[in-house]
Ligand binder design. Sequence first.
Ligand code: F0G
Length: 352
Amino acid sequence: MQSLLEKFKDFIDISPNTPRISLGEGDTPLVWSRMFDQKYGFPNVYFKLESCNPTGSFKDRGMVVAVAKALEKKAKVIICSSTGNTSASASAYGGRYGLKTVVLIPSTDVPISKLAQSIICGAHVVRISGSFDNAMAMVKALEDSSVLTVVNSINTDRIEGQKTAAFEIVDDLGDAPDYVCLPVGNGGNIYAYWRGFHDFALKAVSSKQPKLMGFQASGSAPIVDQERVLSPKTIASAIRIGNPANWEKAVMAVRESNGLISKVTDREIIDAWQMLASQEGIFCEPSSAAGVAGLLKLIHNQQLSAQQSIVCIITGTGLKDVSLVEQSDIQSSKPFQVINDLSELQVFLRKL
Ligand code: F0G
C-alpha cells in the first residue's frame, strides 16, 4: 500500500529525503448517513471515519509526518502533552521507528484504554499535575530544544499531515462539501482542514471550500466564550482544553471559511454519541460526537438547507473511552439479563 507521505508528496511540505514511513494511516472511509436522510431529510450527510486510523484517531495522519521529519533531522526523542490520542499515536510511531517517546498527560481523567496504548508501546508516561493546559505549557517551553522534537499540533508538520483528510474528502466526493462539522480542542485539526481545502481549491482540484463548523463542549469552550477556562469540564475528555494551543489559527480557519465555532452541552454530546452508535453503527469517542451534536443543533435551528453536502469528522473510536457507556444515562440501554437455560432464552426472545 502506498504511504500517505508518498501519495500526497506534492501537496505536503516534505522533501525527497523525508523517509516514507507508514503504519497504514489515512485512506479512511467516508460513510453515507442513513439517519440524517431518513429522520431529518438531509440526504447528503457523510461521516469521515478517522477512527479507522492505526491507533484509532486522526492523530496518526499528522504523527506520521512529524515522526518522518524527526527521523530526517536525526532526532532521538519525541515528546508531547496529550489528552490521550496524541500520546497513543506518538507512542506507536515512536516505538516502531526507534525514538524515545515521552508523553505528558493530565493527572486525572485520561481513559485507561488510551493510556494502555502508550504503556504497551513502551513510551515514558508522565502525569502532570492539573489539566492538559499545564502539560501543554511545559511542552511549549521545550519547543526550541535541539534534542527533543515536540509532536503536538504546534509542530507544523502535524498540520501538514492532517491536511490529507481534506484531500481524501474531495477525492471521494468529487468536490469539496458545503460544510464540515468537527469537534475542537486545541484547534489544530480545524486549521488543518482549512489548509487542506484551501490548497485543493487554489490548485483547482476543487471548485469551492466548505464552511468549517467547529464545536466545543460547553464546560470547556474558551474560543466560543472568548476567554481561557481555568478548570475545563466535560465528559468529552479529548477536548477538555481551556487554553487551546492553536486558538488564533482555529479562529482564522472559521473566519476565512465563513463557518462558525459554537458549543454543545454534555447532554447533547451524549445523545448524539448514542444515536450514532444505535442508528448508524458508528461507535465513536464522546468528543467525536460533539461535531454531530453540533450538526443536529444547526438542523433543529433551521440554519442549513437539506440539499447541502455535509461531512462530520469522526475523530476517534469509541473503544478509547468505554467507561462512559456504564456511567451515562443512555436511554436505550437495557440491564444485562442472566439466562440459565434454553427455555428461559426462548421466553426472553418471544418478548423482544
Ligand atoms: N477529537 C479527538 C478524538 C481528539 O483526541 C482531539 C484532540 C480532538 C477531537 C480535537 O482536536 O485539538 O486538533 O482541536 N486531542 C488532543 C490529544 C488534544 O492530546 O489527543 P484539536
